[in-house]
Design a protein around this ligand. Structure first.
Ligand SMILES: NC(=O)c1ccc[n+]([C@@H]2O[C@H](COP(=O)([O-])OP(=O)(O)OC[C@H]3O[C@@H](n4cnc5c(N)ncnc54)[C@H](O)[C@@H]3O)[C@@H](O)[C@H]2O)c1
Length: 253
């Protein structure tokens, strides 16, 4: 239950959805957690409820802001052992031929540069503690094509490459690096995508998407968080360089 007692974690995208859920799980497991997100409101509320949390508002695509988050974590909690690089945006639901260039660039900036900056600044901090674990949120869209979601799909493939590279670079530092690859999970992001796929009938879009999943339903943020907690903690000590699906069987089709 308290297997992460004494550990310090940083979670990006901690203000909602999967990131918020894993932050609560890390705290329940005994870790101190630095919450990072764009908006202050949810982070402040979480900190008021739980003294294991501290927060920092930041845009993960901005180098100085990410560096400051890692420094703030070290200053507040004395080091860093676990990084959950999870912040991400969905972009547009549009064929490549109509996809807006600025949207493409923003998706790549948040989902790819944001993860790369997280690695860049978290690796030395975790190495200074003698090792730890980094978990990156990719997607089933990081393992196969995703129609009308070119930027998102490219970004989620890209972070698998970053993960594999970091796993090799960091093995000697005793830092493990893995991705989780969820199928549709019941969060704000899926509401936005359902409206993107079927602006007039988002509920029907949800039904259609669910039918493409062998288990016939979306996952919950907790189901992803449980896998992240396994990869963050000591029970996964021989796991590095891996893509871990939590997808109701979707990627097996
Ligand atoms: N929901 C799904 O179906 C699903 C499936 C596979 C993968 N994912 C991935 O899981 C991760 C979390 O998604 P979610 O479903 O919880 O989404 P969400 O939209 O509920 O939460 C994402 C959080 O990230 C934050 N964020 C966005 N841009 C940021 C930035 N530039 N800097 C800092 N914070 C930023 C948002 O403010 C929000 O709090 C994302 O990387 C997403 O791509 C989600």
């Amino acid at each position: 239950m308290h297997q992460l007692h004494g550990n310090v974690a940083l979670v990006t995208g901690a203000g909602a959805g999967i990131g918020q859920t894993v932050a609560h799980g890390l705290a329940r497991a005994g870790a101190h957690v630095m919450l990072v997100d764009l908006a202050e409101g949810p982070l402040k509320a979480m900190c008021e409820q739980n003294p294991a949390f501290a927060y920092r508002c930041a845009d993960v695509s901005q180098a100085q802001q990410m560096e400051a988050c890692v420094q703030a974590t070290q200053a507040r909690f004395g080091g860093l052992d676990i990084a959950i690089l999870n912040a991400g945006i969905e972009g547009a639901v549009t064929p490549i031929t109509d996809y807006d260039e600025q949207t493409f660039d923003r998706v790549m900036a948040v989902n790819v540069r944001g993860v790369w900056l997280g690695l860049k600044y978290c690796i030395p901090a975790i190495a200074a503690r003698g090792g730890g674990s980094i978990v990156i949120t990719s997607s089933v869209a990081g393992l196969r094509g995703a129609e009308n979601m070119s930027a998102y799909c490219a970004s989620k493939h890209a972070v698998v490459g970053l993960m594999r590279t970091a796993a090799n670079e960091c093995a000697a530092l005793n830092i493990r690096v893995n991705t989780v690859n969820p199928a549709p999970i019941d969060t704000r992001m899926m509401r936005a995508l359902e409206s993107g796929f079927a602006p007039d009938a988002p509920a029907a879009a949800k039904e259609q998407i669910s039918q493409r999943i062998p288990l016939q339903r979306y996952g919950t943020p907790q189901e992803v968080a449980d896998l992240m907690l396994f990869l963050a903690g000591p029970e996964s000590r021989y796991c590095t360089g891996g893509t871990y699906t939590v997808d109701g069987g979707m990627s097996s089709r």
